[in-house]
Each structure stands twice: as structure tokens, then as C-alpha cells.
Design a binder for this molecule. Structure first.
Ligand SMILES: Cc1ncc(C[n+]2csc(CCOP(=O)(O)OP(=O)(O)O)c2C)c(N)n1
Length: 556
């Protein structure tokens, strides 16, 4: 006999049977019945300080595991705050479930207290939005939410919960744990792919998107080795290939290596494996022609709708990276490959570009030295997290990603992501070292989540690069409106003191020599830590000063 349960209890039971072990929330009176059901459940709840941070923590867990991260927020303002994380999950193709409180069914449509129409609010951002209007339908609709979030191109699903369905009882059976369908290439697809590859003189492979696994990255690395192919990662997808692999040739981010871009333009075959080659990696949609690239193109994507959306590929294969990886690993060249010299040259260009040793910037704190030190002392599988800003270049260009699930960075370019992502990662895998790179602007967008790190005893390390401005925007200002500084200066707090008053460990770093001992003390502290690093404002990129950018713009 199925017992009668409240909607809140049914919901929590569904989460458990679908394998949810953690969730993030800011509580609200709209879902008290869920909070009550969680009181005796096996799910670890992280209570956060702002819904944007909570949603980003959930999104980060989705990115690391491929399973939906789960977040609960209250109606109205809770939901709009959480939108920041929903947008990231959408653009980054991350499975995520956002449960939102809703007014009682009897008040719907009256613009009741904090009422929103979630279908309208999240319509362009979520993969699916549903309002559950009957506790007996919770198993069905939650099961569907898990499947929608994970299938094809993953993304966020928003589930609105009218508060009276959570307290009403129903007698209904549980669903089964969700199971996501893989799409695999057929034998004919693989034969055609191999023929296109072996006809090429200058092939390149670009990895991106989601639906990867550690095993899939190993298979693709084996495929790259067997064919001695140059492999690139898309923007903020560097964890898909070890930087130490002899085939790895760099990433297609903001400020990408010009030599790398030239090689992709010069290729005669582009294999786009998993990604969309969206605006940033395509360098403003200019790297490949739209809709018909000059190069022969093979596009492999988990979502049939992404194939032919921007690029009319020579061959389109509807398969997930996990679904195609074993077939790629099984391919063997039928003749010696002709592009090994090119692969070596591309690799050498990457190694030169990503070497921090020659980098010199204005001021006493040399970030090249800092990155070199981090490369020496941090474990290869440290999880690097960042939001948006020029500071992120130091990570993307100079940290050699070597492990799957070691990168948390929003392809959506969302500031304020690094700290909550780091909290999400450390909650998930406490034994992994978690490093957050943040700008001074970026950090304070969700700096309040440092309190969450302290509350849960999460010793994450924040390297906070303070140049007293929204530097990226200032850089663009100097390019387009030289000398006319507008709304980009910041007066910052003492971030060492900030960390300390929150109950964490703080350090202030003003020159290169101070960095290593400060890092050692922070790591030994066992507490969440902030290294407040004061950067010379002129050091706006690893290669150019603000003054040089302004001078170049003034000279027209
Ligand atoms: C949520 C959000 N708001 C605004 C922007 C626009 N934006 C991009 S980078 C940036 C400045 C980042 O400043 P900071 O974190 O101090 O890093 P810096 O560029 O100085 O290294 C801004 C405002 C954004 N990407 N995301």
C-alpha cells in the first residue's frame, strides 16, 4: 500500500530516489513544508546568503558531475535573484533544477504577494518551466524535470511549487530513478568521418560543450594520440584535455593566441566535438564562416537542434561526447598521418604562449611569478573557479588544466561566479583543493557567500586580484573613449580584514616575494582564505598596459 504523504514529503522522496545528495537554498515561507521534509532526510542542505550564489553553487555541481545541481528559492525576489545562476546553466549547457515557491493555487493570477509567472520570467532562460498544480503529479513532473535537464543539450529546469500543494496530502507511487538516453554514432557515420579525416592535410579538433565524462576525455585523448591530431578546447572548457597531452594546443577564449587562431583559419578540416562554437570561441562569429565554413567541418553535438543552427557542417553527427568517444578511441589510421609536424608546431606555440616565466607586468607583484609558483605547489587536480574579468586570463592562459572536472568558469561571462562555484565544489568534494580567482569587482558580486564557506568549514582559497577598478570595462573604455574614465573606478575594502571578520583567514600581498609565504599560511590555516593581492592598475593584461591601450587609441 502506498502511504499518503504531503506534497513536500513526496517531493523530497523524489529527490532522494533520483540520487540527490546535496542541495542549496535560501529559505522562504513559501516552501516551509519542503524544509520540514528535509529535516529528517539524507540530503545535505547548504543554506546560502543570496539566491544568485545558491543557484551558482548548484550549477557548479551540475558542471562537475553531469547530474542536475539542485537549488530551492522563494517566490518573486528569490526567483529573480536566482536567475543569475539559471542563465549560466542555460548558456553553459549545465543540468540544473531550480525549485521556486509559488503562491497558493487559489490566489494565482491575482498578483498575490511575490507572485510571478515563472513561465514568462524564465521562458527564454530555462529549458523547461513547470508549475505543479497537484501533489499527486509531483513524481511525474519531477521525473520529467530530471530527464529534460539532462537530455540532449542539458540546461536548467524551473519548477514552481504553489505552497498549498506542498501541504496537501496525496497517495501516489514514486517514480523510478531518472536515466538519460545517450546518442551514439552509427557505423556509417564513423566510416564517413574517418574518410574525411584521412583526406585532410591540416585537420584540427575543437572540444567543447557538456555531456562529457572522465572516460570520454580519456577516449578522445587516445584518439588524438592515434592520429597525432592537434586538439583545442573551447572557451572555458579546458578541463576536457590535459594541457600535458602532446596533442593539446590551447584554448579558444577571450584574448586567444593569435597563432592558434591562424592555425584554425588555415585548417582544411575542423572537427567540432561537443560544442556550439558560439560567440566567444568563434571570436565574434568570425573564425568560421556562417552558415557554410570554408573548411570541411564535422560537427558532433548532443542536440539535433544545434546541428545546422549556425554552421552547415559537411558531416553532422548527432551524438553526445560520451556516446561517440569509445567509437573515436577505436579508430585506427589506415595510412601514416601527414600532419604530425603541424601538431608539433601547434603544441610548441601553445607551450610558449602559456609559459608564465617571461611575463613582466608593471608593479611589484609579478603575476607571471605567482602563476609559476601555483603551478609548482598546487595539485594537478585542483579545481579552479572564476567569474568574469581580465583577471581570469591569468588562470585560462597560465594554469595547466590536467584533470576532468577541475574547471568552473562561466562561458556566459557572469561576474560573481567563482566564489559560489568554489563553495559548491568544496561541498561536493571536500578532499579536492579549490582555488577561486576573483577580481575586486567580481568578488563582491557574491562576496557574501564567504560566510557560507565559513559556516560549513570549507577551506577554499580565494586569490583576489585588486586593481581598484572594473578593469575589463576600463580597458574597453580606453580603447573606444581614451582618457574618458567613466563609472569604472572602485574604492575597495581591506579584503584581508573582510576575510577575518567573516571568520576566515586573510592575507595582504603587495609584492612577489610575499605571495608564496602568504599562500602557505593560507593553505595551512584550514579556513576559507582570501589572498588580497594588490595589482598595479597599469597591469591590465599580461601583455599590454592601460597607458599603451590609451595611447594606441589616441593615435587612432
Ligand atoms: C554580472 C555581470 N555584470 C557585469 C558584467 C560586465 N563586466 C565584465 S568584466 C567586468 C569588470 C570586472 O572587474 P573585476 O572583477 O574587478 O576584474 P578586472 O577586469 O579588473 O580584472 C564587468 C563589469 C558581467 N560580465 N557580468
Amino acid at each position: 500500500m502506498t502511504p499518503s504523504r504531503t506534497g513536500g514529503q513526496i517531493l523530497v522522496d523524489q529527490l532522494i530516489l533520483h540520487g540527490v545528495q546535496q542541495l542549496f537554498c535560501v529559505p522562504g515561507e513559501s516552501f516551509l513544508a519542503v524544509l520540514d521534509a528535509l529535516h529528517d532526510a539524507t540530503i545535505d542542505v547548504t543554506v546560502c546568503r543570496q539566491e544568485g550564489g545558491a543557484a551558482m553553487m548548484a550549477e557548479a555541481q551540475g558542471k562537475l558531475t553531469g547530474r542536475p545541481g539542485v537549488c530551492f528559492v522563494t517566490r518573486g525576489p528569490g526567483a529573480t535573484n536566482a536567475a543569475a545562476g539559471v542563465h549560466i546553466a542555460h548558456q553553459d549547457s549545465t543540468p540544473m533544477l531550480l525549485f521556486v515557491g509559488q503562491v497558493a493555487r487559489g490566489a494565482l493570477g491575482r498578483e498575490a504577494f511575490q507572485e510571478l509567472d515563472y513561465g514568462a520570467v524564465f521562458g527564454t532562460m530555462a529549458k523547461w518551466v513547470v508549475e505543479i498544480d497537484d501533489p499527486a503529479r509531483v513524481p511525474e513532473l519531477v521525473s520529467r524535470a530530471f530527464h529534460v535537464a539532462c537530455s540532449g543539450r542539458p540546461g536548467p529546469v524551473v519548477i514552481a511549487l504553489p505552497e498549498d500543494i506542498l501541504t496537501e496530502a496525496a497517495t501516489v507511487a514514486d517514480a523510478l530513478p531518472y536515466a538519460v538516453a545517450e546518442t551514439h554514432p552509427g557505423a556509417a557515420d564513423m566510416a564517413r568521418f574517418q574518410a574525411l579525416l584521412e583526406a585532410a592535410e591540416r585537420p584540427v579538433v575543437i572540444l567543447g560543450g557538456s555531456r562529457w565524462s572522465e572516460a570520454a576525455t580519456r577516449d578522445v585523448a587516445a584518439f588524438a594520440s592515434a592520429f597525432d591530431l592537434p586538439v583545442y578546447c573551447s572557451f572555458r572548457r579546458q578541463m576536457l584535455m590535459s594541457a600535458e597531452h602532446p596533442s593539446y594546443a590551447g584554448d579558444l577564449g577571450l584574448g586567444a593566441n593569435p597563432k592558434l587562431l591562424a592555425r584554425i583559419r588555415d585548417a582544411d578540416l575542423v572537427v567540432l566535438l561537443g560544442g556550439r562554437l558560439s560567440e566567444v570561441p568563434s571570436q565574434g562569429y568570425e573564425l568560421l564562416e556562417i552558415p557554410v565554413p570554408r573548411q570541411t567541418m564535422v560537427h558532433v553535438n548532443a542536440d539535433a537542434d544545434e546541428l545546422g543552427k549556425l554552421y552547415r557542417a559537411t558531416q553532422a553527427i548527432h551524438a553526445t561526447p560520451q556516446g561517440i568517444a569509445p567509437a573515436l578511441a577505436a579508430l585506427r589510421p589506415t595510412a601514416p598521418v601527414r600532419w604530425s609536424d603541424r601538431t608539433r608546431a601547434a603544441r610548441a606555440e601553445f607551450l610558449a604562449w602559456s609559459d608564465p616565466a617571461p611575463i613582466r607586468i608593471p608593479g611589484p607583484l609579478q603575476m607571471g611569478e605567482v602563476m609559476r609558483h601555483l603551478r609548482e605547489v598546487l595539485p594537478a587536480d585542483a579545481i579552479f573557479c572564476n567569474g568574469a574579468g581580465n583577471f581570469a586570463t591569468w588562470v585560462h592562459r597560465f594554469w595547466p588544466f590536467r584533470a576532468f572536472a577541475s574547471q568552473l568558469a562561466p562561458t556566459s561571462g557572469s561576474m560573481g561566479y567563482g566564489l559560489p562555484a568554489g563553495v559548491g565544489a568544496k561541498r561536493l568534494w571536500p578532499a579536492r583543493e579549490v582555488v577561486v580567482f576573483a577580481g575586486d569587482g567580481d568578488f563582491l558580486m557574491h562576496g557574501q557567500e564567504f560566510a557560507t564557506a565559513v559556516q560549513y568549514g570549507l577551506p577554499i582559497l580565494v586569490v583576489l586580484l585588486d586593481n581598484a577598478m572594473y578593469g575589463t570595462i576600463r580597458m574597453h573604455q580606453e580603447t573606444h573613449y581614451p582618457g574618458r574614465v567613466s563609472a569604472t573606478r572602485l574604492r575597495n575594502p581591506d579584503f584581508r580584514g573582510y576575510a577575518e571578520v567573516f571568520g576566515g583567514h586573510g592575507e595582504r600581498v603587495t609584492d612577489t616575494a610575499e605571495f608564496a609565504p602568504a599562500l602557505a599560511r593560507a593553505r595551512a590555516s584550514g579556513k576559507p582564505a582570501v589572498l588580497h593581492c594588490l595589482l598595479d592598475a597599469e597591469a591590465i593584461t599580461p601583455g599590454r598596459t592601460l597607458q599603451a591601450i590609451r595611447d594606441a587609441a589616441l593615435q587612432g
